[in-house]
Design a protein around this ligand. Structure first.
Ligand SMILES: NC(=O)c1ccc[n+]([C@@H]2O[C@H](COP(=O)([O-])OP(=O)(O)OC[C@H]3O[C@@H](n4cnc5c(N)ncnc54)[C@H](OP(=O)(O)O)[C@@H]3O)[C@@H](O)[C@H]2O)c1
Length: 263
């Protein structure tokens, strides 16, 4: 295993679904040399990871993970955090990266004192393929470095803005509903489902790739570039614009944002 300059010890307290996805993504990336230390709970999962990856090690206690880590990732569920962290001793030179949804870094601070350098880390499921956005707020350089190669790092200086991005990503299930509706429509016309599925998923993959490769300055022009006057694409988009499809999407996201902020 090649060790490079960025080698660090990254400890995971709570090795559940999302921690496992992160550990796998980190262990499988190019030039990965960080030591990945795992807390003992979810024994079956943490043992499996430790057996699979040379750089992963399952330690005997949560305190042992903290003591050996430069960066401690908090991977418990929100309702487990208070109990999990009580009685543990952190160091003031330690960096904390919290995966815990709904609690900003300022809410984690009292639980990890005397550590003061705390950020929230928000991966989406595509992290398992080392793709998609990875929010880091505030942008702590050690965490940005440790996450290199895991996706597109998006930083926010102000923790109160994290929720805006979380709301904007709340169309993931809708996206796959759309994917599947298109596949079902093709299959209903008599084309076998495997072909339908391969066609639509490859189309969506291509569209996303073009969307990502297009310079931001040309982004606004993409809809018109993907339709011809009087063509099929123009007819579908015009109808969806007319029936308020896009307003509905943004409206649903905005509703979630506003009602949660009123709570
Ligand atoms: N899933 C996602 O896509 C996603 C995305 C972004 C953020 N998040 C956030 O990530 C966090 C984890 O979510 P998850 O879906 O990965 O949950 P999960 O699968 O339930 O994992 C939680 C893990 O924490 C462990 N744990 C609980 N108490 C502990 C303690 N005292 N000491 C050590 N480990 C302890 C659990 O072990 P046991 O199994 O033994 O109880 C389990 O392994 C949540 O706060 C969530 O808000 C999740």
């Amino acid at each position: 295993m090649g060790h490079d300059a960025r080698m660090a010890s990254i400890g995971f307290l709570g090795v559940g679904t999302i921690s496992e996805a992160m550990v796998r993504a980190m262990a499988e990336r190019e030039g990965a040399a960080d030591a990945l230390l795992l807390s003992p709970r979810s024994a079956e999962r943490s043992e499996r990871l430790a057996n699979e990856f040379a750089q992963c090690e399952r330690l005997d206690s949560n305190q042992a993970v903290i003591d050996s880590s430069d960066i401690v990732v908090l991977g418990m569920r929100p309702q487990q955090v208070d109990e999990a962290l009580s009685g543990l001793r952190f160091r003031d030179d330690q960096v904390i990266a919290s995966l815990i949804a709904g609690t900003p870094p300022s809410g984690i601070a009292p639980l990890v004192a005397p550590a003061t350098r705390i950020c929230q880390l928000i991966p989406l499921p595509a992290i398992s393929l080392r793709r998609g956005p990875l929010v880091i707020s505030p942008p702590l350089p050690e965490v940005i470095e440790a996450m290199e190669g895991l996706g597109e790092v998006v930083t926010l200086d102000d923790e109160s803005l994290i929720f805006t991005l979380s709301c904007a990503s709340a169309f993931m299930s809708t996206y796959y509903e759309m994917q599947n509706a298109l596949i079902d429509w093709i299959a209903a016309q008599g084309i076998d489902e495997a072909t339908a599925s391969r066609y639509i998923r490859a189309e969506l993959d291509g569209l996303a790739a073009v969307g990502w490769a297009t310079p931001d300055s040309d982004r606004a022009g993409l809809p018109l570039e993907h339709q011809t006057k009087g063509g099929l694409n123009e007819r579908v988009r015009a109808r969806l614009l007319e029936t308020g499809w896009f307003d509905d999407l943004v409206g649903a996201i905005d509703d979630v944002y506003r009602t949660a902020r009123l709570r």
